[in-house]
Ligand binder design. Structure first.
Ligand code: PNS
Length: 166
């Protein structure tokens, strides 16, 4: 049995941009685990709207007041990053059944790659079950309101990134 009492969780994702659904999962994770690292994938080849450094700045701004939440960027295999950090757990949010197949594939592949790291799924508040970073960007670009769906800093940063139509 693992006698380590200080449980470190890694919450990986693209966070392009951070939504209130992500924030909800991070807050839950920060209550459940001793420490949680928001691990932002550096996926510049996928042309994210926000560069990894900007995504990190946003998360640091939102979670600056949390003593047990850290924010980092990573690239390469998630399990390798988690092992370097000596993490016990990978946290992923499950919004709906439609997330399940992809998430199960990733969790089982990650387990095959490193059986010491357990994936834990957490459900966000039901207010956020339909929410995604992709929809936030699309709705914002087309002139819809995203207030209440993302942290204020995300709305401000989106304003400087996207010329709104609609
Ligand atoms: O928020 P996302 O975009 O759904 O997050 C996906 C993420 C970052 C968790 C996944 O793409 C990932 O872990 N990428 C790192 C590369 C890796 O380990 N790939 C194998 C996953 S089984």
């Amino acid at each position: 049995m693992d006698e380590k009492s200080n449980k470190l969780a890694v919450y990986p994702g693209s966070f392009d941009p951070l939504t209130n659904g992500h924030v909800d999962i991070i807050e839950r994770g920060a209550r459940l685990f001793d420490r949680i690292v928001v691990a932002i994938l550096v996926n510049e080849e996928k042309c994210p709207l926000f560069a990894a450094a900007e995504r990190k700045e946003i998360a640091v701004d939102v979670f600056g007041g949390f003593s047990n939440v850290e924010v980092e960027t990573f690239d390469g295999l998630l399990v390798d990053y988690a092992a370097r950090r000596e993490a016990d757990v990978i946290v992923r949010g499950l919004r709906a059944i439609s997330d399940f197949e992809y998430e199960m594939q990733m969790a089982l592949m990650n387990r095959r790659l490193n059986k010491m790291i357990e994936t834990v799924f957490m459900m966000p508040d039901e207010r956020y079950t339909y929410l995604s970073s992709r929809l936030v960007k699309e709705v914002y670009a087309l002139g819809g309101t995203i207030t209440g769906l993302v942290p204020e800093i995300v709305e401000t940063r989106l304003a400087s990134k996207i010329q709104r139509g609609g």
